[in-house]
Design a protein around this ligand. Structure first.
Ligand SMILES: *Cc1c(COP(=O)(O)O)cnc(C)c1O
Length: 218
């Protein structure tokens, strides 16, 4: 099946208010162009260098999502164009995003990455830190948190995945009552997006199920 058909098949299965981010990391420009041609505008990358190189070569109306762990010293390379940073996972990074946003005179939208998996390799704040940060929002006028992102444990145990997503959903909904600007719940990738949908994710980050398996990762 072509990349376009695979994308369309997933897209058609989703409720209308769910955003499907096509995760194009490690994949060539031509693959992105194929989806662009059928109207896709939301693409996700996890490395700053790859993201900036692709953005340079592709149409300016693409909405680039930075989904990977972000080093503070690299924020400056994406600050003037990135659409949404999904991986705001620590105070020092948020401070840096605010600084670069101020320099660019641009408010940068972010998702708070919350750690729900029980794997050391996954990044994210715990619920307490996320809450603390939301309370201190006024200090960072150039960073706008518009939602939360979480990654479930990489396991075949669907129930475990669902429990992790559910935990984040409940936290998200509770915070949303206090901070109505929180609108996006980014959960679910190729292997678990159907479970994420059950837990009311409204942004999915799907790579290999659209573009095919990657030869290398991270
Ligand atoms: C790579 C990646 C994805 C997509 O993974 P697939 O399994 O290929 O769908 C989603 N989210 C993040 C943060 C990623 O790094």
């Amino acid at each position: 099946m072509s990349i376009e058909k695979k994308y369309q098949k997933i897209k058609d299965s989703l409720p209308k208010d769910v955003t499907l981010v096509a995760v194009s990391k490690t994949k060539p420009i031509e693959d992105i162009e194929k989806l662009y041609a059928i109207g896709v505008r939301d693409f996700g990358e996890n490395k700053v260098q790859e993201l900036t190189e692709k953005a340079k070569q592709l149409p300016k109306d693409i909405r680039w999502h930075m989904i990977g762990h972000l080093q503070s010293n690299k924020v400056k390379y994406i600050a003037n164009f990135v659409h949404l940073i999904h991986s705001a996972d620590r105070q020092s990074l948020i401070k840096e995003i605010n600084k670069r946003g101020e320099q660019e005179k641009r408010i940068i939208e972010v998702l708070i990455q919350v750690k729900i998996a029980d794997e050391d390799s996954k990044f994210g704040m715990n619920f307490q830190k996320a809450e603390d940060w939301l309370r201190k929002l006024g200090n960072y006028p150039f960073v706008h948190p518009v939602g939360m992102m979480g990654m479930a444990t990489n396991t075949d145990d669907d129930e475990k995945i669902q429990n992790e997503f559910a935990e984040l959903r409940l936290f998200f909904e509770a915070q949303q009552k206090k901070y109505p600007q929180l609108k996006i719940l980014s959960m679910g990738m190729s292997s678990d997006y159907e479970i994420a949908l059950q837990e009311k994710a409204n942004m999915l980050r799907v790579g290999s199920k659209i573009f095919g398996e990657r030869n290398y990762d991270e």
